[in-house]
Write a protein that binds this ligand. Structure first.
Ligand SMILES: NC(=O)c1ccc[n+]([C@@H]2O[C@H](COP(=O)([O-])OP(=O)(O)OC[C@H]3O[C@@H](n4cnc5c(N)ncnc54)[C@H](OP(=O)(O)O)[C@@H]3O)[C@@H](O)[C@H]2O)c1
Length: 314
């Protein structure tokens, strides 16, 4: 089958041919129609997990996808042949990914029926960004009446976090360059601050001199995180997806610091599906590319400037 893979960590992702996988007991074989691109995909290609997972090569890239159940191993009962499914198919340990014609999933993993009315290219954009955002907003205990700053708000996780934080009744301040300010308001942000136009702390404090209750940060390094943490009121929470938080130093400042690690499950994905079905959550698709252009799309995502999700048509 056709797939985008790397031949070793650090190699440039390329179109290649690999054997079609066979489902074992409890597994489904999914014929993929679309894959969703996440920064994790190029980080995996770079070797981010090399000390944790003994991956075989070629290593097919991609975690998120949507497609049709084509076959099932012994004992599969939850998902049926022909069912339209989507989810996070984390196959690094077996060299499998979603930038391919087929992949496997444990039927009890974070894979499930597609949200009602969604097409494959929309569904593939959802899993990692939306499951992560839901966990992040809950980890920060965002609630009505609070003020929340979302940093990296214009990306996949950020856009979902803005919507989910706004849905709690919190006041949401979203980072956005000029071209994205209106989009972020449309997703529920009450205010935007432009991270390319001066100091973020000054911009936030100009309108909120007593600070904010939570910072949900998808992009900052340690130094920037330390600076942004000064915006938090005592008792506030800082959640970082890039592991830029020093929890002990934050505890000494009477704030809670959390380095977020997503824990996708079938139940979490089902909650995301419900939020989409209810109209509380949507994904903005910035770009769709055919499978053979996935290497360019990965390079573009690495360079920055995402304005929503990139989807790969298989
Ligand atoms: N730990 C976990 O379990 C977990 C889970 C999900 C995601 N993540 C990580 O979270 C990060 C974000 O993921 P994503 O899918 O949302 O990425 P993405 O879709 O590529 O979006 C990143 C966004 O951040 C903006 N940005 C970059 N620098 C910024 C800055 N200094 N201030 C404010 N905004 C800035 C970018 O726009 P501009 O370039 O135009 O500024 C872009 O819109 C990635 O590193 C990903 O690996 C971690």
């Amino acid at each position: 089958m056709r797939a985008i893979a790397v031949s070793e960590y650090g190699a440039t992702p390329a179109l290649t041919h690999v054997p079609r996988p066979e489902p074992g007991p409890g597994e489904i074989l999914v014929k993929l129609i679309a894959a969703g691109l996440n920064p994790l995909d190029w980080k995996v290609a770079d070797g981010m997990l090399k000390d944790d997972v003994d991956a075989p090569f070629p290593l097919v890239l991609g975690q998120d996808g949507a497609g049709v159940v084509e076959d099932a191993g012994d004992g599969v009962t939850r998902l049926r042949h022909g069912e339209q499914v989507y989810g996070s198919f984390f196959g690094v340990a077996r060299g499998l990914g979603t930038y391919a014609e087929y992949t496997l999933a444990d039927e009890h993993g974070p894979v499930g029926p597609m949200p009602e009315g969604m097409i494959y290219t929309q569904a593939a954009a959802v899993p990692t960004a939306c499951m992560s955002a839901l966990e992040i907003v809950e980890t920060a205990r965002v609630d009505t009446g609070q003020t929340v700053l979302v940093v990296g708000a214009t990306g996949g996780v950020g856009q979902a976090a803005v919507q989910l934080a706004a849905a709690t009744g919190a006041k949401v301040i979203a980072t956005a360059r000029d071209d994205m300010a209106a989009t972020m308001r449309g997703l529920g942000a009450d205010e935007t601050v432009d991270h390319s136009a001066g100091d973020l702390n000054e911009q936030v404090l100009a309108a909120h001199s007593d600070g904010v209750d939570a910072v949900l940060d998808m992009v900052s390094d340690t130094a920037r995180t330390e600076a942004l943490a000064r915006l938090l009121r005592p008792g506030g929470t800082y959640v970082s997806t890039t592991w830029s938080v020093n929890p002990d130093s934050m505890a000494a400042q009477e704030i809670r610091g959390v380095n977020f690690e997503g824990a996708p499950t079938a139940a979490l994905l089902a909650r995301v599906s419900d939020l989409i079905d209810a109209g509380t959550l949507r994904v903005v698709i910035e770009r769709e590319v055919p499978l053979e252009q996935a290497p360019e799309a990965l390079a573009d995502n690495r360079a920055g400037g995402a304005r929503g999700k990139t989807v790969i048509r298989i």
